[in-house]
Design a protein around this ligand. Structure first.
Ligand SMILES: Cc1cc2nc3c(=O)[nH]c(=O)nc-3n(C[C@H](O)[C@H](O)[C@H](O)COP(=O)(O)OP(=O)(O)OC[C@H]3O[C@@H](n4cnc5c(N)ncnc54)[C@H](O)[C@@H]3O)c2cc1C
Length: 438
């Protein structure tokens, strides 16, 4: 059970971290005025542009991308993303030129702003209504673009990243295969074989978010040099939709997250040049595995914000229902068993919100979480969201089981937070491994 696991507000520790870096940062225990203004604006957008389309999004009649693009345009997120990317590339070019001249590259600015609050707020608000949209958006502009941004050459970044960051193009990040999930690297069968200056790619991937509609796909596979699979290097390639030999399936039918299309990819002798090999080298540090691992970390922190959105919405709907629904001559909110459910939901909301605030403070202070911390946060938040949403269904009784009352959708959507980006069991093994190593 996650209800009882209190997460202490982290502001005392974070305050001293801020000082240690010579920056006096206000402790974050509530959203700032600026955050609240953004939240209101996003909420209005969600009410006007998304809520009226939830049915179509839920039944797969409407892919989520056009609404996401509209959101980007409405809030200037596309323009900001392009500007940030331009500055990043200018910095990287300046650093590369300095290195070529035998000089020290200029120091990298690691931290800044509000640590990502302006990104978290749309995630939270969208998740109150349509968590699948966040999955589709996060995989495209987050995972896929980050996989290219973090290890790609400058030319590769300029070629693929800007349109992913603005959602003009849809991205997919493909590691999972029919026979390899939690043991993603160990059981991986997809291969790249050298053929002169080119590579020939084969394999199949499954459960790939945006797979059916992706324009740009990061395909992770092993370099087959005739050596045993466990010794093969991990390589990542960028593919474009429509390449000969690449087939993208229709969306798979699934339990929840219907507004996030999930599919399969089949590669049959897909021929690519070295320009599509991320980093244009077979010898990335840690054999290419650290790129994929950094992606897991990013996914894990995003899940806490998604969980918070689901929990906030379920709690708000449950409080209202507890006041309105009358049984045995009184509102059900007067029954202690119902009060206990509400109280536990509030505990979960506070804990997950504190985890989100901690992530933001760490980001603002230029710190990143360890794999164990990110795993603990993901484990706790995913369980909390699922339990809160299932308890909301219970509190609503028969109405909770009907889609009209919305908590059933949130309960189905929440469940996958315990499965993707590493299952609960895998988060536990990562936390324990880290604790026992000390
Ligand atoms: C909606 C959705 C979207 C997804 N999107 C993507 C995507 O965009 N890209 C992508 O590459 N993948 C994606 N995935 C795949 C997802 O990451 C995997 O489903 C997940 O990692 C689990 O792998 P698996 O399904 O093969 O389960 P398995 O690994 O087969 O696990 C089965 C069970 O065994 C348990 N288990 C496995 N190993 C251990 C162990 N060592 N100790 C204890 N228990 C263990 C698991 O926790 C689970 O309960 C998505 C999945 C879903 C459902």
């Amino acid at each position: 059970m996650v209800w009882a696991a209190p997460v202490a507000p982290s502001y005392h520790r974070e305050r001293s971290v801020g000082r240690a870096h010579g920056r006096k940062k206000a402790a974050m225990f509530e959203w700032s005025e600026e955050h609240l203004m953004i939240r209101e604006a996003v909420r209005r957008f969600v009410d006007e542009e998304i809520r009226p389309h939830v049915e179509e999004l839920e039944h797969g009649d409407m892919p989520p991308y056009d609404i996401l693009r509209k959101m980007f345009a409405t809030f200037g997120m596309d323009v900001m993303a392009r500007e940030r990317f331009k500055k990043q590339i200018e910095r990287e070019k300046a650093a590369a030129e300095a290195v070529a001249r035998g000089e020290e590259p200029p120091p990298r600015k690691e931290s800044g702003g509000d640590g990502g609050g302006m990104t978290m707020l749309p995630i939270i608000e969208l998740c109150r209504v349509c968590p699948g949209m966040v999955t589709a958006m996060g995989v495209s502009m987050g995972l896929t673009s980050a996989a290219i941004s973090s290890k790609g050459t400058i030319a590769q970044k300029e070629r693929w990243v800007p349109e992913l960051l603005t959602m003009e193009k849809v991205g997919a990040w493909a590691i999972t295969e029919p026979g390899s999930g939690s043991d993603a690297f160990g059981s991986m069968k997809s291969t790249a074989r050298r053929d002169g200056d080119q590579y020939i790619l084969n394999g199949s991937k499954t459960f790939i978010t945006n797979g059916p509609y992706a324009d740009t796909i990061v395909f992770i596979c092993k370099l087959d040099e005739g050596n045993p699979p466990e010794e093969r290097k991990i390589l990542s390639f960028v593919l474009d939709s429509g390449m000969p030999g690449l087939v993208q399936s229709k969306p798979l039918r699934k339990m929840g997250m219907h507004s996030s299309p999930t599919g399969e990819l089949f590669l049959d002798d897909v021929r690519v040049g070295r320009d599509r090999l991320i980093g244009e080298t077979e010898d990335l540090p840690a054999g290419g595995r650290d790129g994929a691992k950094a992606t897991f970390m990013q996914e894990r922190s995003g899940v806490a914000a998604m969980a918070l959105g689901i929990i906030e919405e379920c709690l708000q709907l449950s409080v209202q229902y507890a006041k309105d629904r009358v049984q045995f001559g009184k509102p059900i909110g007067e029954f202690q068993l119902i009060q206990e459910k509400l109280a536990k939901m509030e505990v979960a909301r506070m804990n997950v919100q504190n985890l989100v605030f901690r992530t933001l403070e760490m980001g603002a202070a230029g710190h990143s979480m360890s794999l164990a911390e990110a795993s603990a946060m993901k484990l706790y938040s995913a369980r909390a969201a699922t339990e809160v949403a299932m308890e909301a269904v219970q509190l609503f009784g028969g109405n909770g089981y009907m889609s009209e009352f919305r908590v059933e959708q949130l309960a189905r959507d929440a469940k996958v937070l315990q499965i993707y980006a590493g299952t609960d069991e895998i988060q536990i093994t990562h936390i324990a491994k880290d604790l026992l190593r000390a």
